[in-house]
Design a protein around this ligand. Sequence first.
Ligand code: NAD
Length: 325
Amino acid sequence: MPPVLITGGAGFIGSHLAERLHADGARVTVLDDLSTGREANLAALRGHDGFRFVRGDASDAALLAALMPRGALVFHLAAPVGLHRVLEAPDRVLAEGVATMAAVLDAAARAGARVVLASSSEVYGKPERVPFREDDDLRPGPPSRGRWAYALMKAAKEAMALARHRRGEIEAVVIRFFNVVGPRQTGRYGMVVPRFIARAQRGLPLLVHGDGQQTRTFLHVLDAVEAVVRLAAHPNAAGEIFNVGGEEEISIRTLAGRVIAANSSSSPIHFLPYADAYPAGYEDVLRRVPDIGKVKRLTGWRPRRPLPLSTAELTVPAAHGGAES
Ligand SMILES: NC(=O)c1ccc[n+]([C@@H]2O[C@H](COP(=O)([O-])OP(=O)(O)OC[C@H]3O[C@@H](n4cnc5c(N)ncnc54)[C@H](O)[C@@H]3O)[C@@H](O)[C@H]2O)c1
């Protein structure tokens, strides 16, 4: 297996990916500035042969060059995440995302590395029909609404990676994650499942935005990691975009009810008008459902694990097995 560099590897998805790749026998380097990630997420790997953590910025060209050996496999997960951050400073989110992508691609081109980019379902914007397919037109709202900066940033990153791929400078695989959930995810940046669970545990009202009829799918982080590992290794994945998400479309109202039940909580559900939850001009996406046929057909992957919705399911250390059939 080639040596691996994971930018953003101290985060939620990245730390699980690091554990999995290390268990599979890869030499794994994590580069993370700990802006939203935590070194504690990598506790299971600390001190192990073939693993190192480097605190630093994924737009630092010299650092990237030093950490990317020839023929490396690079997972670029580092990104400014969280809706609150995007609404606060959309310009900074855009600039940071693009700068980081450019630096990673430059270094990868010099090292002959393959780059797997973590993109997002956000790039689809607000299409009129579901499920979303990889070759659909993207329909983000106007740039005057800061809310769309994250989508624009991720779409720009995709375009940058795929352009370098087409010129033969690197091999790039783009993965659009839909909501991923599991141990180590934090609710601090607006992620709905950990926020609901934390409030259900304390008997506090679960705050559902709008009427709660908006729908999402959710995918267990270990299922997401399995898809990433398969796509990273597949020769025909290069130059392609893949949706990676769950299959069950579930409304946020229903999700709240399930979290309350899973935690045997007596929390009520409160509905919070969007105007109270977000700055003026916020737009939500009413239905967000991936078509995951492409990754299934190419790799045989499919989601297998039930959603972790209780504290017990989220605090149990993730059982990292090997590859699945
Ligand atoms: N979790 C999801 O449901 C989801 C959905 C869609 C897309 N994604 C994407 O997947 C990736 C991982 O997301 P996550 O949920 O694990 O979030 P996360 O915040 O836990 O992970 C992101 C990591 O990147 C690090 N980071 C940010 N900027 C950096 C920089 N300039 N240099 C070095 N490190 C930096 C953070 O400290 C953090 O550890 C992100 O690119 C995110 O946009 C996640």
